[in-house]
Every structure is written in structure tokens, then in C-alpha cells.
Design a protein around this ligand. Structure first.
Ligand SMILES: Cc1cc2nc3c(=O)[nH]c(=O)nc-3n(C[C@H](O)[C@H](O)[C@H](O)COP(=O)(O)OP(=O)(O)OC[C@H]3O[C@@H](n4cnc5c(N)ncnc54)[C@H](O)[C@@H]3O)c2cc1C
Length: 316
């Protein structure tokens, strides 16, 4: 936990993130978790994953935009992305963050964000595709739920991530149940205080299993988004016991993480979707992935050391 907190703290230090951002793509270490900086890179990665029988969810990295213009540009980018997925015949959807779509814009961020989200959904509807809304830090939970609820009432092709570490999530799931939505259950990637979130892995895992039992009761389409073997075992057991069909669930994992488990899930015949992030704004996302597994840091340190001592970083 101390190492995670330290990496999280580092991720708020501009000098550190700038140094990583300058070298991450050039040296190649960012490409472990990011499909590239350009849409063409991401599409290539998606095509390869499709060939391996994995669906994708494409995310253009970025968060916390503060102007109407920036948020509208992000909307345009996502509309274009849905078209591109369609044009390339890719089996997949897109994932969006609401702070990318203007939630922080003052005044009127909520209304703007809902409008832009709905416009992306409208384009996705026209092409028979769906979108998933990521869940960000707790200052955004209420607004994210409200916007999700509003757009989901209008259109069925929106799904939402829910975080097992938040005490409130059970109530949030019950609130959304009448809409029968797609819910992506994740453990939660942000640093949240003890007053609102479980801190110990044991407690987060127990919450994950409890929420999973609820989500896999037939009222939802559930995305089981984790790389934790114990959570995967729990999910597989419930799916078998309840005889759930592929229309009721899928597993989801992140690009570049636990490819062994990705392979195992596919070999067992379960549907699997890979979350594929790309774009130039990869640093905060990259730091969150580092904080989840301090061993990942050695990979970065090794690359930076190689650059310092030999002038070369490894390319992946
Ligand atoms: C598809 C998908 C979408 C997500 N969307 C959101 C979201 O919208 N909001 C949000 O807050 N969080 C999101 N997350 C992140 C999630 O909350 C966790 O932070 C992350 O998945 C790590 O938790 P875990 O369930 O894999 O379990 P952990 O207990 O953290 O890890 C279990 C095992 O998985 C492997 N592992 C986990 N993380 C890494 C890593 N970074 N590098 C290498 N190995 C790793 C390790 O082997 C580890 O022992 C998403 C995760 C996935 C898979």
C-alpha cells in the first residue's frame, strides 16, 4: 500500500510525469500498456486481438478537460472512432471517461457532458454499436451515475463501470437494476479514503465477490473486469451454477496485462474483451497501472537506466 501511495503521489508531480511522458513512447516502455499514440496503431492492435478471438473496447486516453471546445473535440474524436471501428469491421466498442467529455467544465459541465455522451451514443446506435462509461474518482461518482441513468433511459447501448472498493456500490447497483444495463465490475483504480472505500485487498475482494453474485443474477449484462485468478474462479463457478449464456456476461482485461489469463479464458470458451487505450495523454493511465503492481516500476526504471548508461532503452 505504501508503494502504491508513493507511485500515486509521484503521478501528481509534473516533473516526474513530464520526464516519463518524454521517454515512454521513444523508449518503448509505455507500449507495454498502451497500443500507441495514433488511431492507426490502436486499430492495428485491435485487429490483432480480434484475430485472437478477443473483442476490444477502445479508449482514447485523456481526462479532466476544462473547456467546451476541448470536450467537443473529444466528442468528435469518439464519433470518428466509432466510424473507424465500423469501417475496419472491428468486433468492439468504445470506452469513454466523462471528465473527457466536459464534466469539469464550469458552469454547466454536467449538461454539456450528458449532451456530448448522448451524441456519441446516437452515432453508436446508428452503427449498431455500444459504448462503456469508465468510472473515475469518487468526486465524480454521483454525476457519472446520474448521467449514465439519463442516457441509458434513452438508449440501450450504454454500459457503466462500478467499483467494488466503494461501500456505496451495492446501493448503486440496486438503483440501476430496473434499467437492466451492462455493468463492468472493477475493483477500482483510484486512491479513496477509508470513510468511503475498503482499503484492504481482502475486503475489496470480498466486496467484488458479493457484487458479482448480485450482478450475475440475470438482471444485468455483466463484464467481469479483473486479472485476479480468485475473482475469475468465483465468476466461473457462478456462471456454471447459474447456467448463464454468453449474452449475460463477458470477461474483460486490460491490454498488455496477464496475457496468460487472457489466453486461459479464451481457451475455456468464455467471451473476452480487451480494454485498449491509445493516445498521447497516456501518462496518468500509465501511472495507475504502475501503482497496481510495483514490479512494473522496475521495467520503467530499467529502461531509464539503460538510457542513462548506454543511450538505449529496450523497445517493449
Ligand atoms: C477492462 C477493465 C476496465 C477497467 N475500468 C476501470 C474503470 O472504469 N474505473 C476504475 O476505477 N478502474 C478500472 N479498471 C481497473 C481496476 O479497477 C483495477 O485497478 C485493475 O484491474 C487491477 O485490479 P485487478 O482486478 O486486476 O486485481 P488486483 O488484485 O489488483 O490484481 C490481481 C493480479 O492481476 C495482475 N495485475 C493487476 N494489475 C496489474 C498491472 N497493472 N500490471 C501487471 N499485472 C497486474 C497481477 O498478477 C495481480 O496479482 C479496469 C480494469 C479492467 C480490467
Amino acid at each position: 500500500m505504501i508503494v502504491r501511495d508513493f507511485i500515486f503521489w509521484l503521478s501528481t508531480k509534473k516533473k516526474v510525469t513530464d520526464a516519463i511522458a518524454r521517454r515512454g513512447i521513444k523508449n518503448g516502455f509505455a507500449l507495454r500498456f498502451i497500443a500507441g499514440e495514433k488511431i492507426e496503431d490502436a486499430i492495428r492492435a485491435c485487429q490483432e486481438l480480434n484475430r485472437e478471438g478477443r473483442r476490444i473496447s477502445l479508449n482514447h486516453l485523456g481526462e479532466n478537460v476544462t473547456t467546451v471546445e476541448e470536450a467537443s473535440n473529444v466528442r468528435d474524436g469518439y464519433v470518428e472512432m466509432v466510424r473507424e471501428l465500423d469501417r475496419c469491421g472491428i468486433d468492439g466498442n468504445i470506452s469513454v471517461k466523462l471528465t473527457q467529455l466536459g464534466l469539469d467544465v464550469k458552469p454547466g459541465g454536467r449538461e454539456l457532458c450528458q449532451q456530448l455522451t448522448d451524441e456519441i451514443l446516437a452515432q453508436a446506435t446508428r452503427l449498431g454499436r455500444d459504448i462503456e462509461i469508465d468510472m473515475e474518482g469518487s468526486p465524480y461518482t454521483d454525476a457519472t451515475l446520474d448521467i449514465f441513468e439519463a442516457v441509458r433511459r434513452k438508449r440501450e447501448n450504454a454500459g457503466l463501470a462500478i467499483q467494488a472498493y466503494l461501500y456505496r456500490s451495492e446501493k448503486d447497483i440496486e438503483r440501476l437494476a430496473p434499467l437492466h444495463p451492462k455493468i463492468r465490475l472493477v475493483k477500482g483504480a483510484y486512491r479513496e479514503p477509508r470513510s468511503i472505500a475498503y482499503q484492504k485487498k481482502l475486503d475489496v475482494d470480498a466486496s467484488y465477490c458479493r457484487l458479482l453474485d448480485e450482478l450475475l443474477d440475470g438482471r444485468f449484462v455483466t463484464a467481469i473486469a479483473t486479472h485476479d485468478s480468485a475473482m475469475l474462479d468465483h465468476a466461473r463457478k457462478r456462471i456454471a451454477e447459474r447456467g448463464l449464456g454468453h449474452d449475460k456476461y463477458e470477461f474483460q482485461m486490460i491490454y498488455g496485462i496477464r496475457r496468460d489469463l487472457q489466453q486461459e479464458i479464451r481457451e475455456q470458451g468464455h467471451p473476452l474483451r480487451i480494454y485498449v487505450p491509445y493516445g498521447t495523454e497516456w501518462c496518468p493511465y500509465f501511472m495507475r497501472r504502475l501503482s497496481e503492481r510495483p514490479a512494473n516500476c522496475w521495467f520503467v526504471v530499467k529502461n531509464l537506466m539503460a538510457e542513462i548508461f548506454t543511450g538505449n532503452g529496450s523497445k517493449r
